[in-house]
Each structure stands twice: as C-alpha cells, then as structure tokens.
Design a protein. Sequence first.
Length: 229
Amino acid sequence: MGVRMLIVVAAAGALLGLGVTGGSHAAAQAGELVGDVGQGDSFTISLKDSSGAAVKHLDPGTYTLLVHDHSAIHNFDLSGPGVSAATDIPAVGDQTFTITLTDGIYFFQCDAHPTQMKGSFAVGTATLPTTTTPPPPPPAAATKLTGSVGPGSKVTLRPLGGLSAGKFKLTVADRSATDGFRLSGGGLSKATGVKFEGTVTWTLARRAGTYVYGRVRSSKSRHTFRISG
C-alpha cells in the first residue's frame, strides 16, 4: 500500500509540473512579436503580434521578437526608446531578439530601402500621429461671359481676351425679335431663337481653339476669338 501511494503522489507531482511548464510557454507565446521581411525578395515588411494582427499599439514590457528575414537584399531593423535590434542585410534566416518596450514610438524598416519599406507602432501612453487626407480642391469657378444681340444689328461678347480652356457661363441678352445670338467652335454650337426675346444663360465646357459668335441671320456679323489650352 505504501509503495502504491508513493507512485500516485509522484505521478500527481509530475502532472502538476507539466501544467506549470505549459503555462509558462503560453505566456511566452503571448509576448512574442513576429517580424517578416523580403519574402521572395519583395519589398514587403511587417510586424505582427502572436495573434497574427499587425502591431499598432503595445503595452510596455519585455517581448520576444522573432524575425523571418527571407532576403539577402533586405533586412529588418527595429528601433525606438531603449531598443535597437536589426538583422544584417546579406543574412537570410530567422533571428530572435529579446526587447523591452517603454512608452514611446517605435519604428521598423529595411535599412537598404527605408522610404519604401517601413512601419511604426506606439507603446503605452504614446499614440501614433493621425494622418488625414486633405480634401480635394474645389472645382474651378466657371468664367463668366456676357453676350447680346440687338437692338438692330448690334452683337457683342465680353470678355474676349485671356480666355483659357475650362468651364464658362455665358449670359446672353437677346433684344431682337427678328434675329438671334449664335456661338460656335470647340465642338459646341449654341444659339437663341430668331423670334426669342429675353435672357438665357448657358454653362458650357470650352476647349482650346477658335470660336465664332454673331447674329444668327447674318454671316457678315460673325466675329472670331481664341481660347488657349
């Protein structure tokens, strides 16, 4: 009986020992970071936590950094407060570092291509700066032109100088009951009716080229002007 009791107690102790060892291993895994650089000589670099998520923020503490360096033309270099851990550019393989992170911003990069292959993360109370995309510029306002026809044979368009390609808004005052105002060129043709009297506004896209304006019923009243590109 005494021998059997000793065997049971020894077996229980062995199981408890295995349980303690397994817990320590899990804790180490939870504190592991994995760096990866240059898979297939590609210009890629990353840093992930034990769950496989990209590292953006970590708590202060001691971590194991496992770097998978796949390329002889790249390396993995982690730096920040109290930390400098890097693989060699010609070296290929896995390398493990033990690092202690404190409050601050940390950076990782390939030293051979620092502008193309880089990343950063924050630790503790530090936060990464926010990046905002500036809003697109407002669309250019349409250039305003004024035209008129009548009374009589009079026809005008203003301004005619310094015009460039883009949008314009043309307001035409038609004061003739027997003629109209016509504008053509750059792929467009607009006219008021011969019997129309009143004001009309057109918003048009103008291209570079030569334009013609004048009265609808008289080719002698036609005038030309240029729009630059």
